[in-house]
Design a protein around this ligand. Structure first.
Ligand SMILES: *Cc1c(COP(=O)(O)O)cnc(C)c1O
Length: 445
């Protein structure tokens, strides 16, 4: 498969280059030249297939030309060792629980898949060079995080041979649980604690990619949702969701499914839209936002005007210039009419998020986290007669325990998996926000 840049000024790439480089030379995002439709027989059979097999079919359509099918199957099965249930919350509204992965984040799937795909290409290259593996990581992944991405990437790449990961996070600004998820792992994961804010971490990573001497010294790549290997696998979730809900509905043939995705950088919803292009029977989409309403405003006005993000209760969605907007814009031929007829928007203040969490808990007993609350409320407000809505619950409520406990007046149980991280010993490298210091550190590695 050939990948082109959304900015149209970079050379085309194959999958290997797109995954290893992440961003194209013209700073655009890579897009596959084709989106293969899946056959009708697959959609007919889907409801009787398990998650891994559904995902393998989807993965083959995207990656089957570039990765041998046995390895791809292995990679998909290794990534998806957990379930993604669709839970009925109330009449016509279902929660697609994306938080049953190793770090309880939906980002686990993309992170693990990317780690294994990168490893596959490293091995392939080694084979071509007929070399034994070196002692050090052959590829170095730099990732700046405000919390969730760091833990998913660190755990996804943990123990993956040939790759070393540096997680940069702002000192004192991530939750204790999140910090434990990437500072206690050791092995090929190094946590770098930056004396600054998230933007400083991101600036250090960007400067590193642009520094010629450093790139001469070591092979660097990024692992954020601009990478095709990280965002595309999220499409698996939506095929599985349609399969699972088909089994639950009394009259699935007349269903009109609405998929509602709480969105920040728009990688997750973008994967859902790719699924739609592959033939997934979803009638329409809703992008649910917190107070960061850049996409919502675009839908209303046709003008995309990025602005600085504001801090909210649903902090994984605090994005003022969603990077995957470029992909959505490209996917629909830059047509505002096509985009706004398929996708609608919603935006909620912190006060509305709190109110939604309380109301839903009182009415149904279901515990929403602040991100999922935006999705749930957008369905309550936007579902039309005859439609069935599914919203993504993107985080386990225990990940935002302090907030959820305070808002609902309960004591959310911490799953064992999360508690286990808390027992490890924290190890991190202290760092200033000066690039010269960060560079000196990397040059010694
Ligand atoms: C990352 C994240 C989101 C936003 O996903 P995007 O793909 O960036 O739109 C929403 N909720 C949670 C809990 C997240 O971690």
């Amino acid at each position: 498969m050939i990948y082109y840049s959304t900015n149209g000024k970079a050379p085309i790439a194959d999958l290997r280059k797109a995954v290893v480089k992440g961003l194209a030379e013209d700073r655009g995002l890579y897009m596959p030249e084709r989106i293969n439709k899946l056959p009708k027989a697959f959609f007919d059979d889907m409801k009787d297939m398990k998650f891994q097999d559904i995902a393998y079919n989807v993965a083959s359509a995207f990656f089957g030309e570039d990765v041998d099918l046995d390895s791809l199957k292995d990679l998909v099965y290794d990534t998806l060792q957990f379930d993604c249930p669709v839970v009925k919350v109330k009449e016509n509204i279902y929660s697609l629980e994306l938080f049953h992965g190793p770090t309880l984040a939906f980002k686990d799937v993309g992170a693990r898949f990317m780690a294994r795909l990168l490893q596959y290409f490293i091995k392939e290259e080694r084979g071509e060079r007929k070399e034994e593996r070196g002692e050090k990581g052959e590829v170095n992944v730099l990732v700046a995080t405000s919390g969730d991405t760091g833990s998913a990437v660190a755990n996804g790449f943990l123990g993956v041979d040939g790759i070393h990961v540096y997680v940069l996070y702002p000192k004192g600004k991530v939750s204790p649980i999140q910090e434990c998820q990437f500072t206690t792992l050791g092995r090929n994961i190094t946590a770098v604690e930056v004396d600054g804010v998230f933007d400083d971490c991101q600036a250090l990573v960007k400067s590193a990619f642009m520094d010629a001497e450093l790139n001469e010294h070591m092979k660097l790549t990024s692992a954020n949702s601009i990478n095709v290997a990280r965002f595309l696998p999220q499409a698996f979730y939506y095929f599985n969701a349609v399969a699972r809900i088909t089994c639950q509905l009394v009259n699935p043939s007349t269903r009109q499914l609405v998929m509602c995705v709480p969105s920040g950088n728009f990688g997750n919803i973008c994967a859902a839209l790719f699924g739609h292009e592959m033939g997934l029977p979803i009638k329409r989409f809703i992008a649910a936002n917190n107070a960061n309403d850049v996409f919502y405003n675009y839908l209303q006005t046709g003008n995309y005007e990025p602005k600085p993000s504001v801090q909210t209760l649903a902090n994984a969605m605090d994005v003022g210039d969603p990077s995957n907007f470029a992909r959505i814009y490209d996917l629909y031929g830059k047509s505002h009419e096509r985009i706004s007829s398929l996708i609608s928007g919603a935006t909620y203040s912190d006060e509305q998020i709190r109110e939604t969490m309380r109301q839903c808990y009182e009415e149904t007993g279901y515990i929403l986290d602040p991100h999922g609350a935006c999705g749930y409320q957008a369905l309550v407000d936007g579902l039309k007669p005859g439609e069935v809505g599914i919203f993504c619950e993107t985080a386990h409520p225990a990940k935002f325990k302090e907030k959820v406990d305070e808002i609902l007046g309960i004591d959310v149980e911490i799953p064992d998996r999360l508690a286990a991280f808390m027992k490890g010993e924290k190890q991190s490298v202290p760092m200033t926000k000066e690039f010269s210091d960060f560079k000196a550190f990397l040059m010694k590695q």
